[in-house]
Ligand binder design. Structure first.
Ligand code: ADP
Length: 398
């Protein structure tokens, strides 16, 4: 069965058409600047990537262009819509309502809408994507795969904040965690690679990308993760602050005469490694190049980032009373050998023996970075959220 995987943002829509049995990607692409002017970038497997400007006032037109491209007589990969068996939608916030992927029904859409205030930027956009697909493919089953679902196994001690309990009761203020699809995918693969049953393995997954989070996966379940009610908590990220003293809000608000919106803008968009590097870049390639040329702010940013990752690894090793495997994934985790080396430089106490030479020479592929005698296995495991969504979709639709 071919599954169309959709990741819908407020003005963009990423897609992949995947043969869910063979797990081959048949085509992929992205619609950008929806509602502004619009463009479609489309690439069939083995074919050329082509970007076309197209008028896309809404997501419905964007999906129509995607369908047209997929069924196009020359560059398409299927003959008609009948060859798309299901659509898998990436959904950001399922609150406490969704601990698993679901077939999307009217009740599901309502329940997702009720989580809108927990993810005001993402959930409404995800629903727009669902509605647009349903309009054009009314008879095709749709599945929702939630970023938060995998973390619903966290115990209360990990998800409760030190706040009045009624905030949890009244407003559901708690840790939810994100990147669940990736943490689940990578931790399963890690267990396979180290040859332990998933329900007996202790893995720490470091998903390091523009947004970054660490997750402790014990016996096949997420037991703790660094992102919280929102994706702002935890690691120092590209432009997000991660953990800070909450009293800084008031201190800076007074110094700079900022209201809550102003503070949130700073914490989400002007902080992280971008802020520490004095606005040099949030892209780790730029930071590594600059650090190499002696820019001390870039070096600081890389150090702060890596040290925070190492601290979380320490915390999660304690939470699980040990760790079998530490897996690096996503853009930085898979590609940035400098960050991986910095993080691993703190991990000698775990009995990790790290192959520095190998680390320096590999990127973007599945590889073991620890030496054979190492007490803990350190690996790069490329994530594949689209494939994970296609698998979930196939399993539910079958
Ligand atoms: P997201 O999916 O959250 O947008 P990604 O997982 O694609 O993010 O990660 C983006 C990050 O990965 C960027 O900071 C980028 O600099 C970093 N990255 C990608 N390729 C490399 C590379 N070759 N070396 C270092 N960093 C890289």
């Amino acid at each position: 069965m071919n599954v169309l995987v959709i990741n819908c943002g407020s003005s963009s829509l990423k897609f992949q058409l995947i043969n869910a049995e063979t797990e081959d990607v048949l085509a992929k692409g992205i619609c950008e600047r929806i509602g502004i002017d619009g463009s479609l970038t489309y690439q069939p497997a083995g074919g050329e990537k082509v970007k076309t400007s197209l008028d896309m006032p809404t997501h419905t037109e964007a999906i129509q262009f995607v369908i047209d491209a997929l069924t196009n007589a020359e560059t398409g990969v299927v003959k008609s819509l009948d060859e798309i068996g299901a659509v898998g939608h990436r959904m950001v916030h399922g609150g406490e309502k969704f601990a698993n992927s679901v077939i999307i029904t009217e009740e599901v859409k309502k329940a997702v809408e009720e989580c809108n205030d927990l993810a005001p930027l993402h959930n409404p956009a995800n629903l727009i994507g669902v509605n647009a697909c349903q309009k054009l493919m009314p008879n095709t089953p749709m599945v929702g795969v939630f970023d938060t679902a995998f973390h619903q196994t966290m115990p209360e001690k990990a998800f409760l904040y030190g706040l009045p309990y009624r905030y949890y009761e009244d407003y559901k203020v708690r840790r939810y965690g994100f990147h669940g699809t990736s943490h689940s995918f990578v931790s399963k693969r890690a267990a396979e690679l180290i040859g332990k049953p998933y329900d007996q393995a202790k893995t720490i997954v470091c998903h390091l990308g523009n947004g970054s989070s660490v997750c402790a996966v014990m016996n096949g379940k997420s037991v703790d993760t660094s992102m919280g009610l929102t994706p702002l908590e935890g690691l120092t990220m590209g432009t997000r602050s991660g953990d800070i003293d909450p009293a800084i809000f008031e201190f800076i608000a007074k110094k700079e005469n900022l209201d809550i919106d102003g503070i949130m803008e700073v914490l989400n968009k002007e902080s992280g490694v971008y802020g520490i590097s004095k606005g040099l870049s949030s892209d780790f390639r730029d930071l590594c190049d600059a650090a190499d040329e002696g820019n001390k702010y870039a070096e600081n940013a890389l150090d702060v980032f890596s040290y925070r990752v190492a601290k979380y690894i320490g915390a999660y090793t304690a939470a699980m009373n040990g760790v079998d495997c530490i897996a690096f994934t996503a853009g930085i985790g898979e590609n940035d050998h400098i960050v991986r080396a910095k993080v691993c430089s703190y991990l000698g106490y775990l009995g990790i023996e790290f192959d520095k030479e190998l680390n320096d020479s590999v990127r973007g592929k599945e590889v073991t970075l620890s030496l054979p005698g190492s007490k803990v296995t350190v690996m790069i495991i490329p994530t594949n959220e689209e494939l994970a969504i296609a698998r979930e979709t196939l399993a539910l639709v079958k």
